[in-house]
Design a protein around this ligand. Sequence first.
Ligand SMILES: Cc1cc2nc3c(=O)[nH]c(=O)nc-3n(C[C@H](O)[C@H](O)[C@H](O)COP(=O)(O)OP(=O)(O)OC[C@H]3O[C@@H](n4cnc5c(N)ncnc54)[C@H](O)[C@@H]3O)c2cc1C
Length: 215
Amino acid sequence: MATGLKDVLPEVPGLAEHWGHGVVHCPYCHGWEVRDEPIGILATGAASIGHALLFRQLTEDLTYFTHGTELDEDSRARFAARGIRVIDTPVTEVVSDEDGALAGVRLADGQVVARRVLAVAPQMQARTHGLEGLGLPVQDLPTGRTFASGIDGTTEVPGVWVAGNVTDPVAQVGASAAAGALAGIDINKVLAVADTDAALQGIAEGSPQGATGRS
Ligand SMILES: Cc1cc2nc3c(=O)[nH]c(=O)nc-3n(C[C@H](O)[C@H](O)[C@H](O)COP(=O)(O)OP(=O)(O)OC[C@H]3O[C@@H](n4cnc5c(N)ncnc54)[C@H](O)[C@@H]3O)c2cc1C
């Protein structure tokens, strides 16, 4: 199973259509492209505080929209020390320019704050839908519920391996592909043993196919 995950964004009108372009989540994926731009952090919870510090490495023009989330005094002081502006008025809409690019956010008081990029820490939901019948055990991680896996993507269900974001939400492409390779190697080992077991059984039963049988 390598069904990945779904990024669930806050329900702010105009936000979703910019996903992966003007709306980003990962400083390592998008950092180069958004460097030195006016960036806004649309907070979704405590994880957004660390997120802001990462994006601050990429731009000196960073605004943190608390958007109903808590921001403690210590974090406010740390943000002030790094020149990160904080806005507590809720965001009601993401505004686009005439070319369709992200232009800013509209606040509940009607003010528009110009931004070229919004960084959002989405809620990550492993794509387990439709796979419930397999009976795979799940695990609750701080980043959300995923399929539980052992070494090399093994699971408690014989014949099912898992790899990538469906078991590890923070795995990027390299780690996901590596997990798939490790699972593939383990699957191949299991098949090689199964072929050998079948061959041995065939010989024991006097079958001429025994030595060449394949799983
Ligand atoms: C906007 C964005 C930018 C990113 N940029 C980078 C980057 O620059 N570098 C980087 O390393 N990582 C980046 N990532 C993260 C990267 O996309 C993931 O780490 C990677 O795709 C995880 O691979 P995966 O195979 O686990 O899942 P996915 O790539 O999500 O693949 C899962 C596949 O399974 C399919 N699927 C789902 N359910 C079913 C089903 N029931 N039956 C059949 N098929 C199904 C899906 O359609 C999908 O094709 C980015 C992510 C996002 C959202």
